[in-house]
Design a protein. Structure first.
Length: 419
């Protein structure tokens, strides 16, 4: 079925993006502080709901703090959902997440104005707590909708100031124990498409305007807890030293070169906590957190098992005990094949160059894609920088992505029901 190209309103998108970008700027001027469950993040959700209401969309929220806006047509059918998230990492940029939400609003405005006869509703999604640095609960909003939340983990979650996730949610009149009820809306979702900056350099380096994502990486974050013996740095005899930091360092030194020799695998030793953290004390307690990623579930499992084995092996000569714990686990997720093709078909109609890429960053689409059809669209990121104040995509690139999202959504929304 051939569908006339829908036309986005560039001025509408750029104005809305500028409005969102004014929310949550760090006072120092170094990026954004829209951490999940902060006042700034909640302000962004209020802005989203106000903007959606101005378009005449039906606005609602769920028990996880996610915000939604529906353009209803044939409302008895499940909705095509598009969107992203509104939270940022500490000192993050304006584009990660927020671009996809504003692009989804601009898509709704374009489709609403087009007068197309839709076969099902369009739903705009603004998910919460996608990034996860505050409580270690990344992708919380989409996991709640997907019904894949680990409630034991979220009940234990707290930030570095000792505030629990339950307390943070209560400040905005939300009850942590109600989180599972967000999954009750899942049958009302037909599928999900997310527009996002690439957060990497591939599209820019190849001079390609857009990409259809073929799969989203799996992410497994592993905590290694090394326990030795705290003692005096000068007087403790060398054979008696049980230096937990030494074992952690040896783990990094041995595991990292092994990772370098593997395909479709990356691993980052990103956080280390040393106790008592003094130069003249043999450290007896060290926590080393790793982030391991692969789009291949077998490679991911093998790497994590090997990491744990290396930690135990290097600790033995130092008489160190080591405990391993997986504290964040998102399986790899292939995107829906037909919807990847739908993105490509729309790009061809618009005469946009379009690559096929694996996403090495996690996204809400990787959670929802395990319970419903899902797809992603990427646009170039300048120098591949993300999760930093320097994060940037040009207006032209952003408008390309929104136009491609709008065309893909229009194509899917005007398909006749096959069943």
């Amino acid at each position: 079925m051939t569908v006339s190209t829908v036309s986005i309103d560039s001025a509408f998108f750029l104005q809305a993006f500028s409005e969102l970008a004014a929310i949550g700027r760090d006072p120092s001027g170094q990026g954004y502080q829209r951490l999940a469950w902060s006042e700034a993040e909640r302000e962004a959700h209020r802005w989203f709901r106000d903007r959606a209401q101005q378009l005449g969309l039906t606005v609602w929220s769920d028990a996880a703090g996610n915000s939604f806006a529906d353009l209803e047509s044939q409302a008895h059918r499940p909705a095509l959902a598009i969107g992203s998230h509104l939270d940022t990492v500490p000192y993050g940029g304006a584009y990660d997440g927020g671009y996809g939400v504003v692009g989804a609003l601009a898509t709704a405005e374009a489709i609403q104005r087009s007068g197309l006869k839709l076969a099902r509703p369009l739903r705009i999604c603004a998910f919460t707590d996608e990034e996860g640095p505050r409580f270690g609960t990344g992708l919380l909003g989409s996991k709640a909708v997907a019904g894949t939340l680990d409630m034991e983990l979220v009940r234990r979650a707290q930030d570095r100031q000792g505030t629990t996730l339950k307390e943070a949610m209560a400040r905005f009149d939300l009850d942590l124990e109600d989180l599972p009820s967000a999954a009750q809306t899942q049958p009302n979702f037909w599928g999900y498409i997310e527009l996002h900056i690439e957060q990497g350099p591939r599209l820019e380096q190849r001079h390609i305007r857009t990409a259809a994502v073929t799969a989203i990486t799996g992410i497994r974050q592993v905590s290694l807890h090394f326990v030795g013996k705290t003692n005096h740095a000068g007087t403790t005899p060398k054979p008696d030293r049980r230096n937990a930091l030494r074992a952690a360092a040896e783990t990094i030194a041995r595991f990292s070169p092994w990772v370098d020799g593997q395909e479709e695998l990356v691993a980052n030793p990103g956080q280390i906590t040393v106790h008592p953290n003094a130069a003249n004390v043999v450290p007896g307690d060290v926590r080393l957190d790793w982030d391991v990623r692969s789009p291949d579930p077998i490679r991911l499992n093998t790497a994590v098992q090997h990491l744990m084995a290396v930690a135990e092996d290097v600790s033995r000569p130092f008489h160190i005990t080591v405990e391993s714990q997986i504290f964040h686990d998102v399986p790899p997720c292939p995107m829906h094949r037909d919807w990847v093709e739908a993105v490509q078909t729309a790009a061809d109609r618009l005469q946009f160059s379009c690559d096929r890429l694996v996403s090495w960053a996690g996204h809400d689409a990787g959670v929802l894609g395990r319970v419903m059809p899902a797809a992603m669209i990427f646009i170039p990121s300048r120098a591949g920088v993300s999760h930093a104040p320097e994060e940037y995509s040009t207006d032209e690139a952003m408008l390309d992505g929104v136009q491609l999202l709008a065309q893909t959504a229009a194509d899917l929304l005007t398909q006749e029901e096959k069943s």
